[in-house]
Design a protein around this ligand. Structure first.
Ligand code: TAP
Length: 473
């Protein structure tokens, strides 16, 4: 049992001022794995005041000092690899191979990338007779979701540290233990006291407290659209800058000249990774009518080969969903898909056979989906693949952009000119062509209701900076 009921404030693990605790469940078997504190506003106030005090000196550190610090954090992160991978597997239910890559590896990459970006980051620019300085924004409140427990916190913290800002983090109560290891890592890496603070608890109390706190200068949030709206409304009361990384309904456009097997493999990995609980998941697959039948046949064959089950098994590709709430949400969407007339070709409601003990959902494919159906419009956040068809590229792009979201998009095809042209027509922040590998220097964030602001690389660092113009005679 992991009983970690303290908060990390001013460089120390300290008791909560409250007595309530929250149980953390292993989604693979619904057993309790430990508990954390249900933090209070007093706990949050202590953390904010520690971050405020630390800001005075941390904001004055040199880029060289922060490069050394970020690399030291990355070194310590590497030493704790096994703990992080095991903890992500336990609390999220992520298959252990995926807990390592990309869950752990992405988080690590952000610290190294932030150090690299700092080497030639321009903290001052000169225009006419004016010097334009980029100065640390102050105390940043970070609110993170459960689906990438190491990555979501690390991309934010690495950028904040690179900028010279101090932080208070509230991780999701479903997956808090990974963030607590990260706090231990910061201690071992010599992060100055108060630069990083962690308060556990509910979004309703600690999250809400962060967005309305008068001593927090900036809030960076990743999670659902409804909470994002709430945070913006709260933050407006103290005119606080907010960045939001919200949901998506990202299209994957399959082009007629594709290699079908390759297109199927890309579809499966982009739709079903992390059981579909990914904000950038390929969530509506747009296929030419001419190859629809063959594509669907191969997809059905390949999906049924994917190992689903115990996340501790190194061959598992699909683990459980994170919680009962998430499981029920996915069941409702499958039900709605059937009721609205989509054609269920594999999967469906209920648990996969023999996996009733955890929050496992059945990997599901729907065909005959039209763009007005709920499963083509809303974020399911589960292992459900809706397939839509198109007659010509114009129609494919229209379907792709017919969404309130704009986080990501995918294009699969053989003609480079065409894939580039289609990529440029999708209104979203991050488009991947075929099997392009990750790029940590490229911006991550969304158009439309997928959010405001960008993370990763120098774009992430810029969010934690203010601009000051000094006009000289
Ligand atoms: P959210 O409720 O948005 O949770 C994300 C984070 O916000 C958690 O740390 C949560 O705290 C906190 N939070 C909750 N209410 C808050 C409030 N009023 N003020 C400030 N912070 C608050 O997401 P969820 O309920 O876990 O998932 C719901 C749906 O959101 C999913 O089905 C999925 O569609 C979407 N989602 C999107 C993403 C990404 S990456 N875009 C990630 C997760 C979920 P606690 O949960 O600890 O109380």
């Amino acid at each position: 049992m992991l009983n970690r009921t303290q908060h990390f404030i001013n460089g120390e693990w300290i008791d909560s001022t409250g007595t309530e605790t929250i149980e953390v469940i292993n989604p693979a078997n619904k057993k309790t794995i430990g508990k954390i504190s249900n933090g209070t506003i007093q706990d949050l106030n202590r953390a904010v005041s520690a971050a405020r005090n630390a800001f005075l000196s941390f904001s004055q550190t040199t880029r060289e000092e922060r490069i050394i610090l970020l690399n030291k954090i990355a070194d310590e992160f590497e030493k704790r690899k096994k703990d992080i991978v095991d903890t992500i597997t336990l609390e999220l239910g992520s298959p252990i191979a995926h807990s390592e890559t990309p869950q752990y590896s992405m988080a690590l990459a952000h610290y190294r990338q932030a150090a690299k970006e700092l080497e030639d980051f321009e903290f001052v620019e000169y225009k006419n007779h004016t010097a334009i300085y980029k100065e640390p924004i102050g105390v940043s409140g970070l609110i993170t979701p459960w689906n990438f427990p190491a990555n979501q916190a690390s991309t934010k913290i690495a950028s904040a540290i690179a900028a010279g800002s101090t932080v208070v983090l509230k991780p999701a109560q479903l997956t808090p233990f990974t963030a607590m290891i990260i706090a231990d890592i910061f201690k071992s890496a010599g992060v100055p006291d108060g630069v990083f603070n962690l308060v556990n608890g509910s979004g309703r109390v600690i999250g809400d407290g962060i967005s309305s706190h008068s001593d927090i200068d900036y809030v960076s949030f990743t999670g659902s659209g409804n909470v994002g709206k709430n945070i913006s409304e709260n933050a407006a009361k103290t005119i606080k800058k907010v960045s939001l990384e919200l949901g998506g309904k990202s299209p994957l456009i399959v082009l007629e000249d594709c290699d079908i097997k390759k297109a199927v493999d890309i579809t499966l990995s982009k739709s079903l990774f992390n059981s579909g609980q990914v904000c950038t998941a390929a969530a509506k697959i747009i296929v030419p009518e001419s190859i629809h039948d063959e594509f669907t046949k191969v997809l059905e064959e390949e999906i049924s080969k994917l190992p689903i089950g115990n996340p501790q098994n190194k061959d598992t590709f699909i683990g459980p969903l994170v919680s009962e709430k998430q499981y029920n949400q996915v069941q409702e969407y499958i039900d709605t898909g059937i009721k609205e007339g989509a054609h269920l070709i594999i999967g469906g409601k209920g648990h996969p056979e023999g996996l009733e003990e955890g929050f496992y959902a059945r990997p599901t494919i729907f065909t005959n989906v039209n763009k007005n159906m709920t499963i083509a419009k809303e974020e399911i956040f589960g292992p459900v693949i809706p397939i839509l068809t198109y007659k010509d590229i114009g129609e494919a792009i229209e379907i792709a952009n017919d969404t309130i979201y704009g986080l990501a998009g995918y294009v699969v095809g053989s003609d480079n000119n065409l894939t580039q042209k289609v990529a440029s027509s999708i209104r979203a922040g991050r488009i991947t062509i075929n099997n392009a590998s990750e790029d940590y220097s490229a911006p991550f964030g969304g158009y439309k209701q997928s959010g405001v602001g960008r993370e990763w690389g120098k774009y992430g660092i810029e969010e934690y900076l203010e601009l000051k113009a000094v006009l000289t005679e």
